[in-house]
Design a binder for this molecule. Structure first.
Ligand SMILES: [Zn+2]
Ligand SMILES: [Zn+2]
Length: 187
């Protein structure tokens, strides 16, 4: 789906769409969003730019960084962008005169800028990018996840193992490695 900037010149353009984001679209093996992304929003002409406000709602499927178990999580993501006409559109491309009229309320420095291509915003690409950006660096199934035992690999959320609880805190693991190296060099 493409949002044509011209359609918003005489009043806000509103839309609502269900966007399917398949695994290959994100260059992934597994689907990140098994269902579809509910995407609604509005495009408002603020002159010379546009304000794009949208809200993405979906459920994504992640793998816990600690216990490696897949889990799903609901996402509700409000977003706003300044859209500049840019691209091959002659008049808008030449209008970079530093004229900030009408921009005060938008505080454009707080908003990301999108450059429209051929007078349109590619909504599908936008949704793909945002869904990817919203994947946490270290996904965790729940805050209290106990993870896998670093020695025997057992899922400590389900079972207890008999490994000595020396290195429960991962911060000690690095120290322990140093200690092992030291002992090795002494013998
Ligand atoms: Zn977990
Ligand atoms: Zn263990």
């Amino acid at each position: 789906m493409h949002l044509q900037l011209d359609q918003a010149r005489n009043g806000p353009l509103r839309w609502r769409d269900a966007v399917r984001v398949a695994a290959p679209d994100l260059r992934r093996d597994e689907a990140l969003v098994p269902g579809s992304v509910d995407c609604e929003g509005s495009l408002t002409f603020t002159g010379p730019d546009f304000l794009l406000q949208t809200r993405l709602r979906y459920r994504h499927r992640l793998r816990c960084d600690r216990c490696l178990t897949p889990y799903e999580e609901d996402v509700d993501l409000p977003l706003a962008f300044v859209v500049t006409a840019g691209g091959a559109d002659g008049p808008a491309a030449a209008a970079g005169s530093g004229d900030a009229h009408g921009a005060q309320e938008l505080e454009p420095e707080d908003l990301s800028t999108l450059v429209a291509v051929d007078g349109a915003v590619d909504l599908f690409r936008l949704v793909c990018e945002q869904v990817e950006l919203n994947v946490p660096m270290k996904p965790t199934c729940h805050a209290a996840c106990r993870g896998l035992c670093p020695r025997c690999g057992i899922d400590r959320n389900r079972e207890a193992c008999t490994c000595v609880a020396e290195s429960v805190d991962p911060r000690w693991a690095a120290l322990e490695a140093v200690r092992e190296r030291l002992t090795d060099s002494l013998t």
